[in-house]
Design a protein around this ligand. Structure first.
Ligand SMILES: [Ca+2]
Ligand SMILES: [Ca+2]
Ligand SMILES: [Ca+2]
Length: 304
């Protein structure tokens, strides 16, 4: 009986250890080779890139109602030096009510893209920013960005943002710090769109691989990005393509508008994290109940 009980308990322990992985959505994306210009304009070669929607409405004040116009798409390319991301956002109220100052952790209340990158597939399930090669970047509708927002990154991303008729476009170039980019390798990434309002609240929060809003605390829910040897073709810029320029249609951010520094600890993930913890507890309780029933069954069987 002791051996049976030990077996059940060790199996239960194994199941509990695997639980965080069970929440991973595991989206996959393939980056083809190509070099776009980081200027906030959609290069021709982007049209041949893998393009995926951030389709999970994972948080936000209006999460219970499906968004009418808010949509976000991510596309990706790579070359020997950079991984390139294109974000296409539609939003009825493009705003940066809380200036995305490098010292504020409140930028998730603005219209912001969060880009999560884990260079070495370490996929830490907690405290991800303590692991080398794991970063979170934010790119705001007003053209400001934080590089990184979380993690330790010795380089700086390149980013360009431009307004469109119904939202905005952001292009980002990320240079890895640890790995060498080559065809066949895989990284772990995720994308998030925070739909801010002029009242500094967040109507919607859209995610690509994470549907529980746990991406900021658990890298194991991020998706997989594969680098392909396939090329999208020659980089062909239109002759009239202007040189890199700031997002002229966006309101300028003045020093007076910059909010005072906020504590680094953001409250954005507290509720979702609690919700996820609740899920784990529920499943653990169910597993315990099953194990308990099995134990009772085995005990009865032995006695009979
Ligand atoms: Ca471009
Ligand atoms: Ca909106
Ligand atoms: Ca908005």
């Amino acid at each position: 009986m002791k051996k049976t009980l030990a077996l059940i308990l060790s199996t239960l322990l194994l199941v509990l250890c695997m639980l965080p992985q069970a929440f991973a959505i595991g989206e996959e994306m393939t980056a083809k080779r190509g070099t776009p210009v980081i200027d906030g304009e959609i290069d021709e070669i982007w049209k041949n890139a893998d393009r995926q929607e951030l389709k999970y409405v994972k948080a936000g004040d209006l999460k219970d109602f499906p968004p009418e116009v808010e949509k976000a798409f991510a596309s990706v390319l790579w070359d020997d030096n950079y991984i390139y991301f294109l974000f296409e956002v539609t939003d009825d109220d493009p705003v940066a009510a809380t200036p995305a100052d490098p010292n504020t952790a409140q930028d998730w209340k603005n219209d912001t893209i969060f880009l999560y990158i884990d260079e070495t597939n370490a996929m830490p399930m907690s405290s991800p920013w303590d692991t080398a090669g794991v970063y979170q970047f934010s790119i705001c509708v007003d053209g400001n960005f934080r590089s990184p927002r979380n993690g330790t990154y010795g380089k700086e991303i390149k980013a360009a943002v431009k307004a469109t008729e119904n939202g905005f476009i952001a292009e980002v170039a990320f240079e890895p710090e640890i790995i060498k980019l080559e065809a066949g390798i895989e990284l772990t990434v995720d994308y998030q769109y925070n739909d801010g309002t002029e009242n500094s609240t967040r109507d919607y929060c859209l995610g690509w691989s994470d549907e529980t809003d746990s991406a900021a605390s658990n890298a194991s829910v991020w998706g997989t990005l594969k680098l392909s040897a396939e090329s999208v073709g020659e980089t062909a810029q239109p002759a009239e393509e202007p040189a890199s320029q700031p997002a002229a249609e966006q309101p300028a951010t003045t020093a007076d508008e910059v909010a005072s520094a906020s504590p680094e600890t953001s409250t954005e993930t507290s509720a979702p994290t609690a919700a996820q913890t609740g899920d784990v507890v529920t499943i653990a309780a169910a597993a315990l109940a099953i194990a308990g029933a099995l134990g009772v069954g085995l005990t009865k069987k032995k006695r009979s």
